[in-house]
Design a binder for this molecule. Structure first.
Ligand code: UDP
Length: 241
């Protein structure tokens, strides 16, 4: 299936994309590199919303596995996503790209709350809107937050940058003959439990007919290529579309 061209994109990056060569935290050089790619995408004329995870700093599940209260740990995870959002905002603005951070957990001194109509205005003025703190509730992930924001901002597609170049029939890091799909239906992803995003996020995209494009963000220049409908990626979509 030829990949269609989209105008308004939600770009979801896992927190790990900001980590660089380390195993933890935020590497300013890596953030600057990704920011440059995001700026290039913006310069191509796309309207961009951004969601960044928090896994490079804290994941609620990891806290819960060590005996913490899950909800408490999840709130810490959400705060981690705000730190990542601020790091990306800083990098983009240093490159002259106007941005606004909107958080699902209110923190007025730091950023705006999520207000859809205001976010629309920001996009109309050519700003990038970075949505932080997921959906604002524990027991969710930033994948679901990304799907939710993509739906309410009427994005044409959700682009998920990962460390692999698409959706495979099995984990390509473990199974040598795993097959990569160019395109695949939402229902197959859910039925076969292919781990591209959590099921809630996939279902939300399916129900709102928002294609998901999975691509490798670690390969320099790849974001601009896949946004242009080129390069290696998998598009997840409603069958027959
Ligand atoms: N989180 C949450 N609710 C949300 C989004 C995130 O509780 O709506 C918490 C959860 O603990 C999660 C952490 O924030 O583990 C970081 O987000 P995520 O794991 O999605 O980050 P990523 O894997 O994309 O880096």
């Amino acid at each position: 299936m030829a990949r269609p061209r989209f105008n308004r994109i939600l770009l979801k990056l896992s927190g790990e994309a900001l980590m660089g060569p380390g195993q933890f935290s935020i590497d300013p050089t890596t953030v600057a590199g990704i920011a440059a790619e995001v700026k290039a995408a913006k310069d191509q004329g796309f309207e961009l919303c951004l969601v960044i995870g928090g896994g490079n700093i804290f994941r609620g599940m990891a806290g819960a596995a060590q005996g913490m209260d899950r909800a408490q740990a999840d709130y810490m995870g959400m705060l981690a996503t705000v730190m990542n959002a601020l790091a990306m905002q800083n990098a983009l603005e240093q490159m002259g790209v106007e941005t606004r951070v909107q958080s699902a957990i209110k923190m007025d001194q730091v950023c705006e709350p999520v207000i859809r109509r205001r976010a629309e205005r920001h996009l109309a003025k050519g700003r990038i809107v970075i949505f932080a703190a997921g959906v604002g509730s524990p027991y969710f992930t930033t994948d679901t937050g990304a799907a939710l924001r993509a739906a309410e901002m009427k994005c044409n597609a959700l682009f998920k940058g990962t460390s692999v170049d698409g959706v495979y029939s099995a984990d390509p890091k473990k199974v040598a003959d795993a097959r990569r799909f160019d395109s695949i239906g939402f229902d197959q992803v859910l039925a076969e439990d292919l781990k591209i995003m959590d099921a809630a996020a996939v279902a939300l995209c399916r129900d709102n007919d928002i294609p998901i494009v999975i691509f490798n963000i670690r390969q320099p220049g790849n974001l601009a290529q896949v946004l242009a409908g080129e390069g290696i990626a998998t598009i997840v979509h409603n069958e027959g579309v």
